[in-house]
Design a protein around this ligand. Sequence first.
Ligand code: HEC
Length: 241
Amino acid sequence: MESEVKLAAGAMVTLALATAALVVMPYIQVRDIPKPPALKPYTDAQLRGRDVYVSNGCVYCHSQQPRTREFGPDFERGWGRASVPGDYFFDKPHLLGSMRTGPDLFNIGARQPSKDWQLGHLFQPRAYTPGSNMPAYPFLFYIKDAAEPGEEVLNLPPGYAPSGKVVVPRPEALDLVTYLIGMDHTYPILPPLPEPEAQDANKPEAGVGGSDATPKAEAGRPAEVPPKSESVSKPDPKPQS
Ligand code: HEC
């Protein structure tokens, strides 16, 4: 009997430790991350395009997380600086991905901003990258005899357009490409918070965990408060003359 109690207690402790290490601590680490000032929210078209990205399984072959130099030569591959948690501020759910059958797409909008290229590449990747093993997505396009007024026709490399027909992107393809071209995280990220000593003086306990949540709200949002104009207008406490 005694050993059964020990077994159950050991199992509970193990589970509690695992939950703390894998769920609670990561949550506390990233919940108050501010958004980089240059990061813009998704537009409606980009959000629709993001759904097309998810439903077509792009994430199974493409990551969205350039890594640091210690992990690999992502920067040398032209995929951009290593991503930081704030870059994913508007990503719910995130699409980090873990497979890299194709290149990382975190900065594809900066690398390949041509709408024509992106649309044509979705219609037939091998028309642009010979030997590519990315699947073609012809069902995101209409193949018609002639375009109707106002419709854009794809300019495919010679030999890839269906003969006597025109290829016109469906709204899903246009939204997806709007999402891809919007994927540009090349802005500079925030430097580390200034003057950590001054902050420590105000908050005796480091604000990690615990139930006294009052000082945390301030700590999490340093970037949203523009302190400059305020502090300039305040009278200097020191006597000046
Ligand atoms: C089976 C794996 C696979 C899937 C699924 C896949 N891709 Fe790709 N993708 C690749 C490979 C491999 C390449 C590199 C060769 C090329 O350019 O075609 C690539 C290249 C790309 C590029 C060009 C990247 C660059 O740096 O030039 C874009 C953009 C892209 N894919 C978008 C998508 C989108 C959007 C989807 C979903 C609709 C998707 N891919 C689905 C494998 C895949």
